[in-house]
Design a protein around this ligand. Structure first.
Ligand code: ADP
Ligand code: F6P
Length: 478
């Protein structure tokens, strides 16, 4: 696509996500251009959309009138307008101060607000209307993530001919937590408007079935949920990464040279520990820092020979929870450096910045230990990227059991990040692992990822959406 006529004829594959897969940035000459944006969702879907030449409906990242539809990197992009009020209510409010904390085990207190709910409804209606206007007859429409949970139900009413899939990139909490949500029945009806609903982890699928029974008296047989509006299949599809691209980056001589340079710039430490996260309270950054600080204080890690590089990608910076987290993290980093660093020698390199994929790959290659310690995480693609980058099967992954990735990367040093002593033990064990130990753990994880990359994830979901088993919509709904 690219010609305007394609938009009029309609697309056979449409993705809806809160964000378009691009951000507007100023280049060195000060002119605006679009650049691929960070985040697990974009990383995962980009290659598939390019290959299938589909259309992507999403927000372009700024409040106010959207640009006209355009093509970027082979994908047709349809920006959706969000006003200042929508950004406050739908995005920062209901999506990221209510649903995000609630779905992540309420590790921060969710905030419930009537105006945010109204805004969430309105924006979900806008997205559904955009898809209804662009979809070819019988098209596949794939709706993504917690921002758009009402869309499948609304779209089903507008366009009963469509095949609608929904994938939740974050955890779906158990009944006891989910039921705090004032929108609980509406969200469940919204999700059940899809033919196929996918989750990262079997726990999410099971919670969904239980919620459907508890809130809407639906009946589940195997993967099929029968409810008042028809039937919906719910299944688990753990998302993955573009393994081939990650391996190509890992083998790029420039990236390898940069990895060596990073180690030199850090003063050739004996052990380089790395954390890469959006600066988000679900990621367990504070627990990781506390563990590292205690290990230095106890002499179990030598401050002169050990460096922690913590990349904390700026995220959702206008939301209170995120501002408070930043304050706490920066205070902790500075406390650790204040006590344990030397002149020209930091213990924690804290980088509140964004990096391109090549620089991230160089960091993964440079790191002896990758610390991925979320308190709750739908999947965590950073863990998978680290493993895929270590093409010589060296390196050590410390991985929280509360990341979806732990279900697959079982050879990692798995930890409960709330258990500080065990977390410290795991970091020390990973830091001291012999090469054979590293290889014995890394090789099966890398082999798993080669078989389960993002292309397979998307193909599995889309094939399932196309099959009659995923259909099952009762005729009355059509
Ligand atoms: P989340 O989706 O919560 O942000 P994940 O770990 O699942 O967490 O995904 C983060 C993704 O964002 C990874 O693919 C990672 O490589 C990518 N990423 C991290 N930092 C940047 C950055 N500065 N620019 C672009 N992508 C980034
Ligand atoms: O994976 C969770 C997620 O919310 C994605 O949907 C999103 O692209 C990413 O994190 C970054 O967050 P945001 O879009 O709020 O900047």
């Amino acid at each position: 696509p690219g010609a305007a006529g394609i938009d009029r004829a309609g697309y056979d594959l449409i993705v809806l996500a809160n964000r378009l897969p691009v951000d507007r940035v100023a280049d060195s000459a000060g002119a605006d251009r679009w650049q691929r944006s960070p985040g697990g969702l974009v990383t995962a879907l980009h290659p598939i959309m390019r290959a299938q030449r589909g259309a992507w409906i999403g927000w372009h990242g700024q409040p106010g009138p959207p640009p006209d539809p355009f093509t970027h990197d082979g994908i047709r992009l349809h920006p959706v307008e969000l006003s200042e009020d929508d950004v406050d209510g739908y995005y920062e409010g209901q999506s990221n101060a209510t649903i995000w904390p609630l779905y992540h085990d309420a590790v921060e207190q969710p905030i419930f607000d009537r105006d945010w709910r109204r805004s969430y409804r309105e924006v979900n209606e806008r997205f559904a209307a955009a898809a209804a206007g662009l979809a070819a007859p019988g098209a596949l429409v794939w709706v993504h993530d917690y921002h758009l949970q009402l869309v499948p139900g609304i779209l089903r009413r507008l366009r009963p001919d469509l095949r609608i899939g929904f994938f939740l990139h974050i955890p779906l909490p158990p009944v006891e937590l989910f039921c705090q949500m004032p929108l609980r029945e509406e969200i469940m009806r919204g999700l059940l408007g899809a033919d196929l609903v996918g989750f990262q982890h079997p726990h999410g699928t099971r919670n969904f079935q239980r919620l459907a029974a508890h809130l809407l008296a639906a009946k589940t047989t195997g993967e099929v949920i029968e409810h008042a509006e028809g039937v919906t299949t719910a299944a688990t599809f753990p998302i993955s990464i573009d393994v081939a691209t990650q391996q190509r980056l890992a083998d790029d001589p420039q990236v390898r040279a940069r990895a060596a340079e990073i180690r030199r710039e850090l003063g050739d430490p004996q052990t380089l520990i790395l954390g890469v996260d959006r600066l988000d309270y679900t990621k367990g950054i504070e627990h990781r820092l506390t563990a590292f600080g205690e290990l230095l204080a106890e002499g179990r890690l030598d401050p002169a020979k050990t460096v922690l590089v913590q990349v904390a990608v700026p995220s959702r910076q206008r939301i209170d929870h995120y501002q408070a987290l930043r304050e706490r993290v920066e205070r902790t980093v500075s406390r650790i450096n204040g006590v344990h660093a030397g002149i020209g020698r930091l213990c924690v390199h804290y980088l509140h910045q964004s990096y391109d994929r090549a620089e991230l790959a160089a960091l993964y290659l440079a790191a002896d230990v990758m610390a991925v310690t979320p308190l709750r995480d739908g999947m965590n693609l950073v863990a998978k990227e680290y493993v895929a980058t270590r093409t010589d099967d060296t390196g050590a992954l410390v991985l929280s059991e509360f990341a979806g990735a732990a279900a697959e990367l079982s050879q990692a040093w798995t930890v409960n990040p709330h258990d500080l002593d065990r977390l410290k033990d795991a970091i020390v064990a990973a830091a001291h692992a012999e090469r054979e130990q590293q290889t014995a753990r890394m090789r099966p994880m890398r082999a798993h990822l080669r078989r389960h990359d993002v292309n397979r994830w998307a193909a599995d979901f889309l094939n399932r959406l196309e099959t009659p088993a995923g259909r099952g919509r009762v005729e009355a709904a059509a």
